[in-house]
Design a protein around this ligand. Structure first.
Ligand code: SF4
Length: 63
């Protein structure tokens, strides 16, 4: 699985961090920072949940 984030569309809602703080963080401006680009398969559910909750659709999960 790989995760991609599009910081240019991130609106800083922070849902991704609430769902998966080991995968995502936010910078000083609130924009998403990807911590783990290629996490283990055990994190698939969390990554997908974060992607589905992101109001800006700024998170892509590829398997
Ligand atoms: S949930 Fe989406 S909009 Fe909010 S911080 Fe994360 S990537 Fe950005």
């Amino acid at each position: 699985m790989t995760i991609e984030v599009t910081r240019s569309t991130c609106v800083g809602a922070g849902q991704c961090v609430l769902v998966a703080e080991d995968l995502f963080d936010q910078d000083d401006e609130g924009l998403v920072v990807l911590i783990e680009e290629d996490p283990g398969e055990d994190r698939v559910d969390s990554a997908r949940r974060a992607a589905s909750l992101c109001p800006a659709r700024a998170i892509q999960v590829r398997e």
